[in-house]
Each structure stands twice: as structure tokens, then as C-alpha cells.
Design a protein around this ligand. Structure first.
Ligand SMILES: [Zn+2]
Length: 102
């Protein structure tokens, strides 16, 4: 089996196991724990980054790219206390060339 995992969205190598689920929420936006679908992440930091990416992509406002935001991350199974992360994004420059007729 190859391609992307339908559950976590990661590319599947020979032995795939989905990364653990995390609850991520943004107090700045008035969110509370459990407001969102859980996010797969290798660790709490990875989950925070994926939350920001998903949030920016879904809203098209790119708020994390404009200014850093704080998010809270907790394991979905409550095994650890929530951690606070400051997340910021950066736009990757991209150049396109096209030939112009003389
Ligand atoms: Zn998976």
C-alpha cells in the first residue's frame, strides 16, 4: 500500500502508523478545548504547527502568517497537562517566468 493515509494525511511508507491525536485550540479566537477535530501530530509542537497551517488554509486569512498566535495543545487522552505554543508562519516566495513575444 502506498500513497497518503486517509486518516492522518501523511505519506505511507512500508510500515505506517498514524501519529497520536492532539487537541489544539486557540484562546485568542475564543476557542475552548474540544472545539476542533483532533489533529494528528508527531508531538505537541508538530500538532501546533499543523493546527496553524489548517487554520490559515481553511480561513484564507493567514492570521498565523501575519502575526504569531498562541495555541494550546493537549494529548487527546489527557495523559499530560496542556502546553502553550507561540506559532508563526512564513510565506515561501515563489517565482514564475513566462516568455514574452518580441
Ligand atoms: Zn495515518
Amino acid at each position: 500500500m502506498s500513497g497518503f493515509c486517509p486518516t492522518c494525511g501523511r505519506y505511507i511508507y512500508s510500515h505506517h502508523k498514524c501519529p497520536p491525536l492532539w487537541d489544539v485550540w486557540c484562546e485568542r479566537d475564543g476557542e475552548k478545548r474540544g472545539d476542533h477535530n483532533p489533529i494528528h501530530g508527531d508531538d505537541a509542537q508538530d500538532a501546533a504547527e499543523r493546527y496553524a497551517e489548517r487554520s490559515d488554509t481553511d480561513s484564507a486569512e493567514y492570521s498565523f502568517m501575519k502575526y504569531p498566535g498562541q495555541v494550546m495543545v493537549a494529548p487527546i487522552d489527557n495523559s499530560e497537562e496542556p502546553k502553550r505554543f507561540s506559532v508563526e508562519g512564513e510565506a515561501v516566495p515563489s517565482y514564475h517566468a513566462r516568455e514574452i513575444e518580441p
